[in-house]
Structure formats: structure tokens, C-alpha cells
Design a protein. Structure first.
Length: 235
């Protein structure tokens, strides 16, 4: 249910589903899965450019006018070159050149491994609650990364506190395991205490976030919630 970065880092399972309600993001996954070579050719010649970012924005906002390959390229550009990696974000840049280096690293890391990882994966574009209910079993695992309704949700604007509570209600009734990423909230705490869920609190720096005058990074506080024991491992 979102969390594509997490998916590409997890161990492959026998049966996997990637779901997102953003049809352009889902198109990106499908093109990576079925036409990686063509997309890679477009990406390797894509520089960190305000003009290309502007063109990608036009494609993203008018998908019916472009083919799947161009739409997938546009998603990569917006995710790689926008502030905060938000698809509806403004062009990202800084005075030190670190943003350009980040874009270069993302370009170089776009390898065939992504296409191979998506083979045999089911790509869905549907309501998350329906996906959870239809795939639930005692052996199922759901990683849920819903929009954070307390903050700027970007291209997921419109997700409400009520939507989040419906997700919590659904997770409370499943047979399988879940891991949920979110901001802390009184609502989440109520469900956590009621159902005995486990949690970990995390503090991290915002990507491309900070005060240019004092150089201090802006921090965000997130929480991982699960219906099984969890702990941080590695770095």
C-alpha cells in the first residue's frame, strides 16, 4: 500500500502484490516490469534540469496525451528531481550541488535489478482496504504506508483522518501480520492500546529540508506500528 522503496529492499516472497491508488506510479512499475530497456535509455540521458522537470510535469498532469513510456519517464523525473521527492513538488536544487549529485546517483542506480525484482509481482491500482481484505490469510504480511493526513500529502491530497481510522479498523480484524508507517497520533494510540500492538518511534531528517540561514536540518517524527514484535536492526 505504497512504500515502493521498502518493497525493493525486502526479501522476495512467493506471492507479492504492489498496490497504489496513483495510476501514474503504477504505470511506472508496469513499464519497469515490461519495458525496462526503453525506460533506462531515457533515464540515462536525463540531466538535472528545470526544463525537463517542467516537461515531466506536463506529461504527469496530462497522461492521456502520452504513451506509457513517456509517462513512466515523467514519474522518474518528478520523483528524482522534486523537493522531497514529491511527484507534485517544485524543482529541487541547492547551492552546494548535492541535489545534482543525488539525481546522478539515482540515475546510475536505476539498473536491471529493478525489473528483475518486479517479475512475478502483481501490480494493483485499487483501494487499499479491498486489497487487504482480499489477500488476508494467516500467512499474509501487509506493509502499509498511507498518506500522512496530518501533513502536506502532495499528490495524495484528500486522504482524511476518517480514512486512516478505516485502515486501522481493517488492520485490527486481519489474520495476517502488518507493519504500518505513520505519524504519531492520539487515534493511533487508542487502537494500539486497545489491540496490544507494538510500536517503534523514529526521528529522522527531512530530505531536502532545512533552514538555509542556520543550516539546521528539519526533523520528522514517525512511528512504526505492528501486530507482532518489532525491533530496529542494522544501521
Amino acid at each position: 500500500m505504497g512504500g515502493g522503496a521498502v518493497f525493493f529492499r525486502k526479501t522476495k516472497a512467493k506471492a507479492e502484490v504492489v498496490n497504489d491508488v496513483n495510476s501514474e506510479l503504477i504505470n511506472f512499475y508496469r513499464v519497469v516490469q515490461t519495458d525496462f530497456v526503453s525506460l533506462e535509455k531515457e533515464i540515462v540521458i536525463t540531466l538535472h534540469s528545470r526544463d525537463l522537470h517542467r516537461k515531466a510535469r506536463v506529461i504527469y498532469e496530462n497522461p492521456d496525451m502520452f504513451d506509457p513510456l513517456k509517462r513512466a519517464w515523467a514519474v522518474w523525473v518528478l520523483a528524482s528531481q522534486s523537493f522531497g521527492s514529491m511527484l507534485d513538488g517544485s524543482f529541487g536544487y541547492d547551492r552546494s550541488g548535492s541535489t545534482s549529485r543525488t539525481v546522478k546517483n539515482k540515475r546510475n542506480s536505476f539498473t536491471l535489478e529493478y525489473a528483475e525484482r518486479l517479475q512475478d509481482v502483481e501490480i494493483e491500482c485499487a483501494d487499499a482496504l479491498r486489497i487487504i481484505r482480499s489477500r488476508d490469510s494467516a500467512r499474509s504480511f501487509f506493509y502499509c504506508d498511507p498518506p500522512y493526513y496530518q501533513a502536506d500529502m502532495g499528490h495524495y491530497d484528500g486522504y482524511t483522518k476518517e480514512d486512516f481510522e478505516m485502515l486501522l479498523q481493517t488492520l485490527a480484524g486481519i489474520e495476517g501480520k502488518f507493519l504500518l508507517s505513520s505519524y504519531p497520533s492520539d487515534l493511533l494510540e487508542i487502537y494500539r492500546e486497545k489491540h496490544g500492538w507494538n510500536h517503534l518511534s523514529l526521528t529522522m531528517a527531512l530530505s531536502m529540508g532545512g533552514n538555509p540561514k542556520d543550516g539546521k536540518k528539519r526533523m520528522k517524527h514517525e512511528v512504526l506500528t505492528a501486530n507482532y514484535p518489532i525491533e530496529l536492526t542494522g544501521n
